[in-house]
Design a protein around this ligand. Sequence first.
Ligand SMILES: [Zn+2]
Ligand SMILES: [Zn+2]
Length: 305
Amino acid sequence: MSKVDAPRHDPVPIGEVAAPPFCRLPDPLALFADRTHRLRVLSVGHELAPYLKFLGNLTEAQYRIQDDLPAPEMPDVDARKRAREFGMPPLDRNRFTADAAYDATLEHLLSLAGTIEMPPAAAAALARVTAADAGAREAMMRALLADSVPVEALAEHIFVAAALQVQFARLAAGLDASALVPVGEGACPCCGGPPVASMVVGWKGAHGTRFCGCALCGTLWNMVRIKCTLCGSTKGIRYHEIEGAGGIVKAETCEECRGYVKILQQHKQVDADPIADDVASLGLDLLVREMGYRRGAFNPFLIGY
Ligand SMILES: [Zn+2]
Ligand SMILES: [Zn+2]
């Protein structure tokens, strides 16, 4: 008896050829509501449970404060057009200045954060940020937008990072996805930021394709698989995971630049979230760092208490 493979056994069924969009803009409410849920699920029985629960509460605050915020000031049409012509992101992180929406976002976030349960070190950091003057807050904002937060001051920056994420997700949501263009290797087409992680997605019509997730604005942009998200090399790409950890998070390492960024198997875990799953897989960072790879992703929440 012979066995013939019928076309229906192909991994991509006829009529469902993967045609991924270039990018998917964030829905600012769903982004933080879904992340809250994911952090709470991940916290159960986790060695970082108190910290993950705190982040769950913080992301819930990012969701809740949006009820009562003024609209952020969008870059004007000419500036967006110019950015597109020069292959630049429409939301320029380096030129960002606080508007009424950002000021209200930070105020509301700090005030709501004061009511949530958190580890003592986080509470002390919150007290310092709340007491900080405008100049110190501005310096924290600039450090975050330049992805250059001093390691010893990460705790303070978490709250400012949370406010910036809300602001930039709301700005990104106001852009026209069809007007966005690639702005460079490993850079978010909305804000120019680096990916926090990438995901192989299970979305209808895009099953098995890969998207990078922005740590700041939450935009997801398409990128081919088996390619370094840091330097663009396609040679010497390897995948590492912690045995018995469920296979949802892997580290994609590159021999060319010796860097790594995590890759999530969202098609196997529908609610996987770049920020949440990155923090919860800290053990994987330790493993690949021991192998001599440098972490290439930026996640303002990746610290433990
Ligand atoms: Zn972005
Ligand atoms: Zn590389």
